[in-house]
Write a protein that binds this ligand. Structure first.
Ligand SMILES: [Zn+2]
Ligand SMILES: [Zn+2]
Length: 754
């Protein structure tokens, strides 16, 4: 009777990523273990519970609720409130989901197969032995199979698979690891793997095909991949030819960390990334001895490596001796194929066979791409494994908001309250398929999180399809607030938002192309910026881009625009058009002016004979970085560049760097040394610009953003110089510094302005 008299009852509300991650069974076993009665359930707001019992036990419950939460749960808020004890309950129960009301709960990201499932996968006594779709509450598909919230089986693409008795028993047993695991299944009731329609030993046959140098289409979590034996040059070269992908590196899947370490240098941070539940591709310094076909990553010192993240991958890699190339199932720059019929159509001419299954993918997501810098992860492409988990932005979004992002490497961002949902990687908005992916993605994320935007942010470029989409929305709904955000301001704002800061800072935004409000193309910018606004403090001195977009595809044109010297080797190599192009630049015919840092790197690359034309964005700069002698990373020798100051923004003379480069080259200095000195020159130019602005404006923090800082040689040199001068330097980590981060920047700028 003593305990009954002292019983207390507390209503608990948990917000965050708490659905589909085993939270209710966790609460159930925690409560029953402590002898508490009550209930737990899911609703559109997250998880609710009521617990009743002696006060010390209830307190212990609340302590452990956050401390011992399941591995995939991300608790954002726990609120409690004392209510009257009922004193009549005998048990603790899990109650049914309620679908009504506003949706504020979070769907978790797709998650790599957990250790428990892997153990069962390899256990001949287990009923899911070698079953390629094994999963549990702690792992498996999530975002890619969810059609709507609340996250329950009927609203996923697992709906057509009726659970067998054994699976249903686990699903309904609160003590089981698969309690309410929505995608749970087994060989008796779940999806089936087939090789070209045949379900007899598809894995063994698939492995044999790979071993014979054939190309496989493999259905993954967020779309189809194309696979080939990574050590087999004819297979990888054939894949390249059939995909129409000339030089851009392919990613490799290694069976485990040991195999990955045979291919590349894997330090602790990289190992943590490789084995994290998100399982991104990690760009790593490859070993010279790595036995990988040259066509995998031609002329590249890096290798993009990932580890198996689905049971299918684990089984496939266990049956092949070699690592495999695993690249997006697409032709050229199209989005990754994810629907079965569409995959057959688009990949039929590339793949020799299809390893596929009958669990539908609801939304396409590409593999994420990361690397490490000074002991922390840097993300280049944030997609599968990370989305749709939101970034929590302390300044928040008073009104629901949609930011439409940039044109290249597009992502969009939906934001509400303190959450910014930066979308999966959509791609380059240049074809109908990608645009459809963009509009359908927005509709899907809006539905999932119940966000009705009242503010729409967009780039200033009138021709971006994302801008046109924003303008169309506003036409259809005059109540929407439309906010245009300058491209490089968005870059710096995304860096600030990630760091939880508002500025003002010196923002150095170096990239290829962004619309400048003065009618020139910006891309080598020093901004005095906070979230709400910016002032242009300085920039690279503008040069003509002879032929416009042609100058992006043909870096030699930038060498002509910068120097025009017909005696240079680059001029002799392009003699047939050199005079016409320099004349075009001089007269300003079809030659928009640009302050782009990307184009400055292009010019340097062409002068050094690295590349006169490119086959993918940023290629010349990437190869120039590869050329730079890494032993010179710590060297201070840097080409000087003058800063022209006047009443307006300062102008940094990029041409000074190129003249010094040519002088060294003519003097016989080896190209890797010249390339290193050029990189140091750009870093010194950044240092000089920031020092000048600190003197003028008293700002001591620098934010670095833009795709050019994906160049690790440059980033390292710039950060070293800035820190030596006492600057605090903000860098990206969880959001791409390239145009994939623009949508977040637009979102926080629009929120600060409205
Ligand atoms: Zn599992
Ligand atoms: Zn079953």
């Amino acid at each position: 009777m003593e305990t009954v008299r002292t019983a207390v009852r507390v209503a608990v509300r948990v917000r965050g990523v708490v659905q589909g991650v085993g939270f209710r069974p966790f609460v159930y076993s925690l409560a029953t273990g402590l002898g508490l009665t009550g209930l737990v359930g899911n609703d559109p707001d997250g998880v609710f519970a009521e617990v009743e019992g002696p006060a010390p036990a209830v307190e212990e419950f609340l302590r452990r609720l956050e401390r011992d939460a399941p591995p995939l749960a991300r608790i954002e808020q726990v609120s409690t409130r004392a209510i009257s004890p009922t004193r009549s309950e005998q048990t603790f129960v899990i109650v049914a989901s309620a679908a009504a009301g506003p949706r504020r709960t979070l769907v978790s990201a797709d998650t790599a197969t957990c250790a428990d499932c892997l153990a069962e996968l390899g256990d001949p006594a287990d009923r899911r032995y070698r079953y390629p779709f094994i999963n549990c509450t702690n792992c498996g598909p999530r975002f890619t199979i969810v059609r709507d919230v609340p996250y329950d089986r009927p609203l996923t693409t697992m709906a057509p698979f009726a659970m067998c008795d054994a699976c249903a028993a686990e699903y309904h047993d609160p003590a089981d690891r698969r309690f309410h695991a929505q995608p749970t299944c087994c060989p008796a009731c779940g999806p089936r793997l087939t090789l070209d329609g045949d379900d007899q030993s598809p894995l063994r046959k698939a492995a044999a095909l790979l071993g014979n140098g054939q190309i496989l289409a493999v259905k993954g979590l967020g779309g189809y991949h194309l696979a080939a034996d990574a050590t087999c040059e004819p297979a990888v070269a054939a894949l390249r030819a059939r995909k129409h992908r000339e030089d851009k590196p392919f990613a490799v899947m290694a069976a485990d960390l040991t195999q990955a370490a045979d291919l590349a240098e894997v330090d602790d941070i990289a190992a943590a990334l490789l084995t994290s539940p998100a399982r991104p591709i990690v760009l790593l310094p490859r070993h010279a001895r790595a036995s990988v076909a040259p066509a995998t990553a031609p002329g590249n010192r890096q290798l993009g490596i990932m580890l198996p993240y689905t049971p299918l991958h684990h089984l496939l890699l266990a049956s092949t001796t070699n690592p495999i190339v695993l690249t997006s199932g697409n032709v050229s720059d199209e989005p990754i194929a994810y629907r079965d019929e569409e995959a057959r159509e688009r990949l039929g001419a590339i793949a020799d066979a299809f390893l596929t299954h009958d669990r539908a993918i609801h939304i396409r997501t590409d593999d994420s791409v990361t690397r490490t810098f000074r002991g922390r992860p840097l993300i280049h492409r944030r997609s599968r494994g990370y989305v749709p988990e939101p970034l929590t932005i302390s300044s928040g979004f008073p009104r629901p908001l949609l930011a439409c992002g940039a044109e290249l490497k597009n992502t969009f961002c939906l934001a509400q309250g303190r959450h910014a949902f930066v979308s999966h990687h959509i791609g380059d908005l240049e074809n109908a398929e990608t645009l459809r992916s963009f509009t359908e993605g927005i509709a899907h994320v809006r539905r999932l999180f119940g966000i009705e935007p009242r503010v729409v942010a967009h780039d200033l470029h009138p021709e971006y399809l994302s801008t046109k989409y924003a303008l169309d929305l506003a036409d259809a709904d005059p109540g929407l607030d439309l906010v245009g955000v300058q491209h490089h301001h968005a870059h710096i704002a995304s860096c600030l938002a990630e760091a939880g800061e508002r500025g003002p800072v010196i923002g150095v935004a170096f990239d290829g192309t962004g619309y400048g409000p003065d009618g020139t193309i910006w891309g080598g910018e020093f901004l005095l910026a906070d979230l709400a606004g910016y002032e242009r403090g300085g920039h690279l001195a503008p040069v003509p881009m002879p032929g416009g977009a042609a100058a992006i595809r043909q870096p030699w044109r930038m060498a002509a625009a910068y120097l025009g010297d017909g005696t240079l080797p680059v001029a002799r190599r392009n003699a047939d058009r050199w005079a016409a192009v320099t004349a075009m630049a001089a007269k300003g015919v079809n030659s928009p002016l640009t302050s782009s840092a990307g184009r400055l790197f292009d010019a340097a690359a062409a002068l050094l004979g690295v590349r006169d034309t490119i086959s993918y964005e940023g290629q010349a700069a990437i190869e120039l970085e590869q050329l730079a002698d890494p032993r010179r990373a710590a060297e201070a020798e840097a080409y000087p560049a003058g800063l022209e100051t006047g009443p307006g923004p300062f102008q940094a003379r990029g041409s000074d760097l190129l003249h010094a480069l040519v002088a060294d080259q003519t003097g016989g200095v080896p190209a890797p040394v010249v390339a290193a000195r050029f990189h140091h020159g750009v870093a010194a130019l950044i240092e000089a610009g920031c020092l000048l602005l600190r003197d003028q404006h008293g700002l001591g923090t620098v934010a670095l953003s833009g795709g050019v800082f994906q160049n690790m040689f440059l980033l390292n040199a710039a950060v070293t110089r800035l820190e030596a001068r006492g600057f605090r330097v903000l860098l990206h980590s969880r959001v791409p510094g390239n145009d994939g981060g623009i949508s977040l920047g637009q979102a926080v700028v629009a929120a600060a302005k409205t």
